[in-house]
Design a protein around this ligand. Structure first.
Ligand code: GLU
Length: 444
């Protein structure tokens, strides 16, 4: 049995109740075969893959808080410190009812390779809670965030582990958490990223994941002799990633005609009105039915369905496993040329393979959505030097990072004879740096 197969079998046995984590590991290890097979004996002796698949440390804790009726509520908090070979643990905090240890482990595992691809010194981690901020008052969200940080603050720090936003954790939540960290630890330090601009946040961090996705997509198109101008784009999601992806796509001359939330989706042939979407989602925190009500050109549909709309480019920006095999078939039938992931693991493995087999240029989230965490690392740099850079400075660095990521993954794929397979390229390029650092640091 090959070393990759041995490790896959062990990981499956050990983590049988964590399907998302297994999916992420399977995708990465399978695509690393050309690298691993070439160094099989060495990596087996070093148990390199077993170590990469086992978090360095993980915390699970009780988060009690009092709701507006005076009732005590209890949630579960998590932080997985997956890999610190190339830098302090870095990764977001997801607040969503679907959160469990398997979800956090899948996200933390992805984060190792994504962070490596940015070229910046950040290790992989992830955390969160099954708390649902939807429908909660600001005071309830603050009560939860303070309780969550009261426990989390024992394990994090500007040089050890730097959490950030993710689904359900935005500027409001980061603010409450930062305040509580400072209060308990007595340290004014860059322990979180995605902070507000008045207390150490970076310009362009809010926009970074969506903008970065488009910078990479544009480079991909350019490499294939195409441009963004005049292209029809379908986007899923209506959160931070989707909103700024739509904005940047429009700035590049493309037209985004869809977006979605957990209950339904919008088809707007005139192009999504970003200001209205921001008002509905960021200010009112309302459903997309409000978007449709205010916009005559828009149709609202219940359920899921954005992938049935004819497009040149599809950008899944909602959540894991939202683009399934039948969606992939529909996209191919409609002539879609490129799929770039704004969310983490939104495309299932069979859907990914179908898209690739049918000539769609597919870039996975580890590369395509790395702009968010890359800009978090730029926020850490600014905090360390106690300076703030201009929007233009940060945005220019973000652009350079995304263009470099595209060429690095493209070249890594070519080097191993998988030209055009950006999934293989991203996993190999991300893995190489982490593996080298782990080997240099000995058995740890
Ligand atoms: N949650 C984002 C991600 O999935 C950003 C993490 C960060 O900025 O640390 O990469």
């Amino acid at each position: 049995m090959s070393y990759v197969d041995e490790v896959l079998a062990k990981v499956k046995e050990k983590n049988a109740s964590e399907p998302e984590f297994l999916q992420a590991v399977e995708e990465v290890l399978n695509s690393l075969r050309p690298v691993i097979d070439a160094n099989e004996e060495k990596y087996r002796r070093e148990a390199l893959l077993e170590r990469i698949c086992e978090p360095e440390r993980q915390f699970k804790f009780r988060v009690p808080w009092v709701d507006d009726k005076g009732q005590v509520q209890v949630n579960t908090g998590y932080r997985v410190q997956f890999n610190s070979a190339i830098g302090p643990y870095k990764g977001g905090l997801r607040l969503h009812p679907s959160v469990n240890i398997g979800i956090i482990k899948f996200l933390g595992f992805e984060q190792i390779f994504k962070n490596s691809l940015t070229g910046l010194p950040i290790g992989g981690g992830k955390g969160g809670s099954d708390f649902d901020p939807k429908g909660k008052s600001d005071r309830e969200v603050m009560a939860f965030c303070q309780s969550f940080m009261t426990e989390l603050c024992k394990y994090i720090g500007a040089d050890t582990d730097v959490p950030a936003g993710d689904i359900g954790t935005g500027a409001r939540e980061i603010g409450y958490m930062f305040g509580q960290y400072k209060r308990i630890r007595g340290l004014y330090e860059g322990v979180l990223t995605g902070k507000g601009l008045t207390y150490g946040g970076s310009l362009a961090r809010t926009e970074a994941t969506g903008y970065g996705l488009l910078y990479l997509t544009q480079e991909l198109m350019k490499d294939h002799g195409e441009s963004m101008e005049g292209k029809t784009v379908v986007v899923s999601g209506a959160g931070n990633v989707a909103i700024y992806a739509i904005q940047k796509a429009h700035q590049m001359g493309a037209k985004v005609v869809t977006c979605s939330d957990s209950t339904g989706w919008i088809y707007d042939p005139e192009g999504i009105d970003v200001d209205l979407l921001k008002e509905v989602k960021e200010v009112k925190r309302a459903r997309l039915t409000e978007y449709a009500a205010a916009r005559p050109s828009a149709e609202y549909h219940e359920g899921r369905g954005v992938w049935q709309i004819k497009c040149d480019i599809a950008l899944p920006c909602a959540t894991q496993n939202e683009l399934l095999i039948d969606d992939a078939k529909q996209l191919v039938a409609n002539g879609c040329k490129a799929v770039c992931e704004g969310a983490n693991m939104p495309t299932t493995i069979d859907a990914t393979e179908y898209l690739q087999e049918n000539g769609v240029w597919f870039v996975g989230g580890k590369a395509a959505n790395a702009g968010g965490v890359a800009t978090s690392a730029l926020e850490m740099s600014q905090n360390s030097e106690r300076l703030s850079w201009t929007f233009e400075e940060v945005d220019a660095k973000l652009q350079t990072i995304m263009v470099n990521i595209y060429h690095n993954i493209s070249n890594a794929a070519k080097r191993y004879g998988f030209e055009g397979n950006y999934v293989v390229g991203a996993n190999i390029a991300g893995f190489e740096k982490v593996a080298e650092a782990m080997e240099a640091q000995g058995v740890c």
